[in-house]
Design a protein around this ligand. Structure first.
Ligand code: PLP
Length: 396
């Protein structure tokens, strides 16, 4: 029988501008190699390898049995918004009320919704590069102009505030910062934050401060731009449960922002997911209000692994690696290998069985670097280091 040709897929033009997160693609490739019998060390994906703490799991199960299986308010359950307002007030030393909190399925929707609600063609959005790829993807998607601010290795992957000041103009609508940072582990200092606020001055520019790694900090303290005088009104603070409480699969995060803007983000929630899963939110109340020792233990473990990883990488030919101050990634400079980042990441996966990401997965300024996650055991990290070392001895 005659088969009609498949009809053309007539996508909206904007879909050509939407990017992706390479980590998920590398994971698929690594799993395909494993299915063929290869042994792969996974250092590509950005999620804690720990289980969600028991008290949080119990609270989630209990909530299911108690009937938290229905729709809830788009902004989040009142008890969770209350707990988040209290938590953010304490940790950021700023008064936050529940109507300034929007609970969403993961940290990502706050990025998606904020960029969607604030920027359009003719607007400029400044964002870190190398940085979390979703920022650039979303700015392009909504048709605004991407204005990357380079993170500088010689500054431990912080941004140069004078350079940032030079990028701000009348079209700047939104500035995104991320500390502790993915993919570099860079952490902005109190002085950096104060100087950024000063560079913005009185301008009516919104800040999206992605603080999803705020509890994973190895040296010094976390500083939020929301805490500074005059900045609360202009800051959207993004935080969540995925990294802090090893809850990536529960899908829960939140934004804290002025109440009139929160109402618009809530409308985007109503139009997309309706609400975050209700039982997940009850588990979130337990996460914030229950014992916090698991967070501290996880952070201490990441620090140990970071030390092993960085010391090991610095012994490998062509690699040099700074000590990240937060998050759970290392970002070695590989320019002295003479290889391009993507080619090297591919070769290490194909030939050495080590899955990491090319720095270019995080933007053009990621060329010359790789990202490895340390969300894996010390034993596996040592195995990966040995494999990369012997690969370089054979190939460089
Ligand atoms: C900087 C940054 N922001 C946001 C997110 C999103 O987190 P979630 O899984 O909660 O959506 C991630 C996850 O990798 C991240 O690295």
């Amino acid at each position: 029988m005659h088969q009609p040709a498949q009809r053309e897929l007539r996508l909206a033009a904007r879909m050509a501008r939407l990017g992706t997160e390479t980590a998920f693609e590398v994971l698929v490739k690594a799993r395909a190699l494993e299915a063929k019998g290869r042994d792969i060390v996974h250092l590509e994906i950005g999620e804690p390898d720990f289980d969600t703490p028991r008290n949080i799991i119990d609270a989630g199960c209990d909530a299911l049995h108690k009937g938290f299986t229905h729709y809830g308010p788009s902004a989040g359950l009142p008890q969770l918004r209350e707990a988040i307002a209290q938590y953010v007030s304490e940790t950021r030393r700023v008064d936050v009320s529940p109507d300034e909190v929007v609970v969403v399925p993961g940290g990502k929707p706050i990025i998606f919704f904020s960029i969607l609600a604030l920027s359009e063609q003719g607007d400029e959005v400044i964002y870190p590069n190398p940085g979390f790829p979703i920022y650039e993807s979303m700015i392009n998607y909504v048709g605004a102009k991407v204005v990357p601010i380079r993170l500088r290795e010689e500054m431990d992957f912080r941004l140069d505030v004078d350079e940032l000041a030079g990028l701000i103009n009348d079209r700047t609508k939104l500035i995104i910062i991320n500390s502790p940072q993915n993919p570099t582990g860079g952490v902005l200092t109190k002085t950096d934050i104060e100087r950024i606020a000063k560079a913005i001055g009185d301008r009516n520019i919104m800040m999206l401060s992605d603080e999803i790694y705020s509890r994973l900090i190895f040296e010094g303290e976390h500083h939020s731009i929301m805490s500074l005088d005059g900045m609360k009104e202009r800051t959207i603070l993004l935080d969540g449960f995925s990294k802090t409480y090893a809850m990536t699969g529960w899908r829960m995060g939140y934004g804290v922002m002025r109440a009139d803007f929160a109402a618009h983000i809530v409308r985007l929630m109503t139009n997309s997911s309706s609400c975050t899963a209700s039982f997940t939110q009850i588990a979130g109340v337990e996460a914030l209000r229950g014992p916090q020792d698991s967070v501290d233990q996880m952070c201490a473990e990441f620090k140990k692994r970071r030390d092993v990883m960085v010391a090991g990488l610095n012994k490998i030919k062509g690699f040099s690696c700074r000590l990240p101050k937060g998050a759970f990634y290392v970002f070695p400079n590989i320019t002295k290998t003479g290889w391009k980042s993507k080619k090297l990441a591919d070769a290490l996966l194909d030939d050495a069985g080590v899955a990491g990401l090319s720095g270019t997965a995080f933007g053009d300024f990621g060329e010359g670097y790789l990202r490895f996650s340390v969300a894996n055991s010390i034993e596996n990290i040592e195995k990966a280091l040995e494999r990369v070392d012997s690969w370089t001895k054979k190939n460089l």
